[in-house]
Design a protein around this ligand. Sequence first.
Ligand code: KDG
Length: 336
Amino acid sequence: MKTNLKLALTTALAAGLALPAAADISPRTISISNGVAETHPVGNGVAAMKECIDERTGGAWTVNAFWSSALGDDLAATQALRSGTQEMVITSTSPLVGIEPALGVFDLPFLFADEAEADAILDGDFGQFISDKMPERGLINLAWWENGFRNLTNSVRPVTSLEDFDGMRVRVMQNNIFLDTFQALGTNATPMAFGEVFTALETRAIDAQENPFVTIDTSQFYEVQDYLSATRHAYTPFMVLFSGPIWNGYSEEEQAILVECAEVGRDVQRAVSRELSGQSLDNVMAAGMQFNEIDPGEMTRIREAVAGVYERHAESIGPDVVQRMMEELEALRGEQ
Ligand code: KDG
């Protein structure tokens, strides 16, 4: 080593100037997929997460996002994570109950009253309790994002009463709790992957589906559905899942970057989801959908019709999981 450089290093070290530690960050390429379109608020969340990752890794990582089920539906993509062939997926919890039964708790009808309750539960002890179950399934939940409160669309009639559900052929997520809920409402419910829904509606293979306003808008369901009824029958979270096998090959610093940036993306995604919800409702109505609220008395009858779902599925979800959720909601409501 040249004398001058050696002298400079010696001087620097003697002056206690620690040389910058080499950040434990390797070049990485991350593929992330989900079933919605890039125009969905998930797109805003992914953009914010990517910006955070770029800043924190100094551009050492490349994040490639794939939309509209391009890498498979939620369940298929999640299985790819478990096998270590894909890094990330943003997915609803509902299709994953075959992997982790406790996720079914979020499908219980009318569980959350509003977004504030959902955030408090998901970002609090209960959300961590569920996330802690994922590593043994080969998955890491980096953060909870928002799919949102679900509302019914259909091509048959406005749904203004319990009887209006009768015989309607409704697509539901691949999940026995949703299947039971819509059967209890008197519909002919069919489990189906999200990527197949638009065509099934377009060909009239099914009459109806249920999703948040922003999904109905950004997936253009208004092109194949005539009626939108404000049922708000369930709140679905999104999980930002990372592959467990790939995660184990990342340094602690790299793992911390993933969590931090998924949480940055979470705050942006939730904010845009809530900002866009009202605009999406306006959009689908402007596109010709007929929107209706439901009379409170009828909503009471609808709630009563599905109340038995809780007892019928507590065993499959995990009685401890359901009890813990109900206790945390009771405590939360007692505080308000
Ligand atoms: O990746 C998210 C979508 O695939 C899907 O989960 C959206 O709520 C949804 C549905 O109805 O399947």
